[in-house]
Design a binder for this molecule. Structure first.
Ligand SMILES: [Zn+2]
Ligand SMILES: [Zn+2]
Length: 334
């Protein structure tokens, strides 16, 4: 099975947090947090459509400038999500530069910035040609957990506590369509862009009794969608990828995180300190590797990647990893 999403941390575990999630079947990506992203190629950065920021401590948001620098002058809609005060933080960043001359750009770059509160969202748009001055007053919408809903996947969040509101994120694929290549060949068809349309039809709830036309080179063949699905596709549960960065270890965080990331295929979770330094972790509102592992085990995630290690452990990354994995295995058995 080829996964639809290929998450990877942009940097090593001691460097700035950022989880880049490119789409396997599309030239597109989303990103969780924007720490230093210089090691991400411009080609990859330009794939990003949606940006989810856990909180605006510098190590999670300094990459905003790099991203903006690359998209400037392009025809693009960028969607940014962040916690309380996010609109003020983005406006502060934009106010840090001079924008005369941008009115000459012919392409239209728009930033759609959404601030996430416990039960509502505030959205404001910024158009590059208008010198990024806010386009209108902010718009308020009621909200519960879901930040983004597309036919094939959603991104969900919870407001967590890190001495300030901090967002945890989960990307959930609705279901996964596996194409059986031999069956495609058996019908005399070739692998091609029509498969993307076929998947789209399934995600868009197209009537299974409706006609689906396969255009494959010069060939055109008509099928009943439901019949074709039975013959060439295997539908399996979708992927679930979760990201938790910068949280205090307390009851309400634990409960919220476990609910959000439950049964994830892959959880990326901060593990800043060793358990022996848990008093420091507590003071800084971070997790220890053991605490991160316990949460991952309780949530029954399938794969765990601890990251965001404190620089005090340089050269001892394996100890943080081991502590997290041991705690994860222990919690799985409970
Ligand atoms: Zn941090
Ligand atoms: Zn932080």
């Amino acid at each position: 099975m080829r996964p639809s999403f290929l998450p990877r941390l942009v940097n090593g575990p001691f460097d700035d947090p950022s989880l880049f999630i490119p789409f396997f079947f599309e030239k597109r990506a989303v990103i969780f947090d924007l720490g230093d992203i210089y090691s991400l190629s411009p080609r990859d950065i330009l794939k990003i459509s949606h940006i989810f920021i856990s909180h605006t401590h510098m190590d999670h948001f300094i990459g905003f400038d790099r991203l903006l620098r690359l998209v400037l002058g392009r025809d693009q809609d960028l969607y940014l999500f962040g916690p309380e005060n996010f609109i003020k933080n983005v406006e502060g960043k934009l106010a840090g530069y001079s924008w005369n001359l941008v009115e000459n750009y012919t392409n239209q770059l728009i930033l759609h910035v959404t601030e996430v509160h416990e039960d509502y969202l505030l959205t404001k748009d910024y158009i590059c040609q208008n010198e990024f001055l806010p386009d209108s007053k902010e718009v308020k919408h009621a909200f519960k957990e879901t930040l983004l809903k597309e036919p094939s996947f959603s991104v969900l969040t919870r407001v967590l506590d890190h001495s300030l509101p901090c967002l945890g994120f989960t990307l959930e694929e609705r279901f996964h369509v596996n194409i059986i290549k031999d069956a495609v060949a058996g019908l005399g068809l070739e692998i091609g862009p029509w498969l993307a349309e076929f998947k789209q039809a399934l995600f868009n709830h197209q009537n299974p009794d409706s006609e689906f036309e396969v255009k494959c080179g010069k060939q055109q063949q008509k099928f009943i969608l439901g019949d074709l699905t039975k013959q060439i596709a295997l539908i399996t549960p979708g992927q679930k990828i979760s990201y938790i960065a910068d949280v205090a270890y307390n009851e309400s965080n634990m409960e919220n995180i476990v609910e959000l990331v439950k049964d994830s295929d892959h959880l990326f979770i901060e593990a800043s300190f060793l358990e022996k330094d848990k008093d420091v972790a507590e003071k800084k509102c971070h997790l220890t590797a053991r605490q991160a592992g316990l949460i991952a085990g309780r949530a029954r995630v399938k794969q765990l990647t601890p990251f965001h290690f404190s620089p005090r452990y340089q050269g001892q990354g394996h100890m943080l990893e081991k502590e997290a994995i041991d705690a994860y295995n222990y919690a799985l058995k409970q």
